[in-house]
Design a binder for this molecule. Structure first.
Ligand code: SAH
Ligand code: SF4
Length: 452
């Protein structure tokens, strides 16, 4: 194996400028051919370079021995062979789960998780890689370690694809190959949609990475215009929607984007995707003890999804620091799944992978982050307990949708004073609300209204 496995510093020092050279994995074949031609190289070089990038085990231009030294040096001046600077690997589940923490040259940390499922009965071996689309995330789901980090920046096409090339090299060294790819790592893919679509095209292009389109899944917390944009492209990729609650009051808390695009609008957009593509949509439902796992929640979910032909994945919440919540007990998950099945909805109960290496999205990067002060953690837990009680009483959140949603979408209509972070320049990280002083986190609440 050629990849470096190094201990990373405790927190990225964000002083390094971004490397201006594009990553070769994000360069279109036609652009690569034009570049090589401008360098005075014959046409067949484009194929040699492409083979080195997509088919070889080389991890740097230096290792591409099919090209002469001067050409390797010329390419290295113009293009990065790999946009990842360092990778720290951790193994769990008897080495069936491998978590990679990638450090980008500007110091940002992103994660990917490789999961091995051995062949069983009729079922062939699967190797599934979960990749990140952003460093941090602006959505701020409170049970998610990435959400707590806040938004740092979008990844480029090559930075997304290079997580896959890293995993491919590790797999090849063990005689395995990648069978499935899921955008379920750090970040909200539909808030970095241009790069995600670009990467998905590279990864499913037979002349480049060559993964079957049906083996690629994009997960979203419910960015309705993004789902509609994907629907217009009508790809064969699978769409997964992170629902976690069928009732708006609870979903406002668990997935703050719900305050912008409520649950019915999300499910309607996903149904549009299913109709246009013929692909079954799957719904992710993280199960939190006593919060979203009651019979009433199961019935509300059944009413919402009945007749849509979609599938629900129930996932026990992975323990993350700084929340007052724990995973639902197995018997509660079984009962929840049973109620859905009775309504004719397909359900899979997922087991947690790699808990000992913090395999929920963003956990490893969060570990490297400075630990917030104990008082801030206590306030965050207290706020979540209060908000949970309000949500369980059916009260819609009056907090605004996450501020500063980046990308092509219009900013959410905020009827109340927006937190100050919304006015910051886009280049600065958007802090999670819980990392702001309490006075700004908790503006006075106007009278509450009930959801249903
Ligand atoms: N932002 C996208 C994709 C990345 S998150 C989305 O939310 O869909 C990928 C999945 O990991 C989501 O379904 C998310 O809800 C889930 N997840 C996040 N934190 C988790 C935790 N603590 N336990 C279990 N699943 C978690
Ligand atoms: Fe972002 Fe997804 Fe985590 Fe929510 S669950 S904060 S959308 S990464």
């Amino acid at each position: 194996m050629t990849e470096p496995t190094v201990a990373l510093p405790t927190r990225p020092v964000l002083t390094a400028p971004r490397d201006p050279r594009p990553g070769v994995a994000g360069v279109e074949p036609i652009e690569l051919a034009a570049l090589l031609s401008a360098m005075g190289e014959p046409a067949f070089r484009a194929r040699q370079v492409s083979d080195a990038v997509w088919r070889s085990e080389a991890a740097s231009w230096d290792a591409v021995t099919t090209l002469g030294l001067p050409l390797r040096a010329g390419l290295a001046e113009r293009l990065r062979f790999d946009t990842v600077a360092e990778t720290d690997l951790r193994l769990a589940d008897d080495e069936a789960t491998e978590k990679a923490l990638h450090r980008l040259p500007d110091g940002r940390l992103v994660e990917s998780v490789l999961m091995h499922y051995p062949a069983r009965g009729e079922r062939r071996e699967r190797n599934t890689l979960c990749i990140s689309s952003q460093a941090g995330c602006a959505v701020g789901c409170p049970f998610c370690a990435t959400g707590e980090l806040g938004f740092e920046r979008d990844l480029g096409v090559a930075e997304i694809v290079d997580q896959v090339r890293h995993a491919r090299r590790r797999l090849v060294s063990r005689g395995r190959h990648l069978t499935n790819l899921v955008f379920m790592g750090m970040g909200e893919p539909l808030l970095n949609l241009d790069a995600v679509i670009g990467a998905a095209r590279v990864l499913t292009d037979a002349d480049r990475f060559g993964l079957g389109a049906r083996h690629l899944t994009i997960s979203t917390s419910g960015v309705v215009p993004g789902i509609e944009r994907l629907t217009a492209l009508s790809p064969q990729w699978t769409l997964a929607v992170s629902l976690h609650a069928a009732r708006d009051a609870l979903r406002d808390l668990l997935v703050p984007l719900n305050r912008r695009w409520p649950v019915r609008a999300v499910v309607a957009a996903a149904a549009g995707y299913a109709a246009a593509t013929g692909r079954r949509v799957s719904y992710e439902y993280v199960m939190i003890d006593g919060l979203n796992d009651t019979p009433a929640d199961a019935d509300a979910l059944a009413r919402l999804l009945v007749g849509t032909g979609s599938h629900v994945n129930c996932i026990p919440m992975n323990p993350v620091a700084h929340t007052p919540w724990v995973a639902s007990r197995p018997e509660r998950i079984e009962a929840f799944a049973g109620r859905l099945r009775t309504s004719g909805i397909g359900v899979t109960i997922r087991r947690n992978r790699g808990q000992e290496v913090g395999a929920a999205c963003g956990q490893l990067a969060a570990e490297k982050s400075a630990e917030p002060a104990a008082a801030a953690v206590a306030r965050r837990r207290e706020r979540l307990v209060t908000a949970s009680a309000a949500a369980l009483a059916g009260e819609r959140s009056l907090e605004p949708a996450p501020p500063g949603l980046p990308g092509v979408f219009p900013r959410p209509v905020i009827t109340r004073t927006a937190p100050r972070a919304a006015a910051r320049p886009a280049t600065r990280p958007i802090a999670h609300p819980d990392r702001r002083p309490v006075a700004r986190r908790l503006p006075p609440r106007p009278p509450r209204r009930a959801s249903h």
